[in-house]
Design a protein around this ligand. Sequence first.
Ligand code: 5GP
Ligand code: ZN
Length: 134
Amino acid sequence: MDNCIFCKIANGEIPSATLYEDDDFRVILDLGPASKGHSLILPKTHAANIYKLPDELAAKVMILAKKMATKMTDALGCDGFNLVQNNGEIAGQTVFHFHMHLIPRYQGDNVKLGWTPGTLTDEDKEDILSKLNQ
Ligand code: 5GP
Ligand code: ZN
């Protein structure tokens, strides 16, 4: 994709603070971090979101996320870790090249990710189960 900033960063056309690189991915520090060490896994080939990501990369990205979370937890001494992955504007996606957020969490940090829990109604449960179990 000619005009995609994450394509350019992932492929090294635009320099970035890189924590890891292999044939498929580059892992970079986020420029607007939620916490110290907040990073992004970027595939080197363009896929706008999870729906477009090839299965092979989808599998590999989770293995890499595990590897990075383990390495970063050891190196940074964080107390927990969030993996976040947004798809679509309504879900908070602002850059339309698939990326996985790696967010180290620290006791007392002020990171806010979350929602107010609702209640699973019988109607919703039946509706969803009937739609998904076909
Ligand atoms: P999204 O909201 O799409 O899930 O996340 C986009 C993320 O990319 C944000 O956390 C934002 O700070 C980060 N970001 C946007 N542009 C750049 C950039 O040019 N370089 C880096 N390193 N991070 C970026
Ligand atoms: Zn791209």
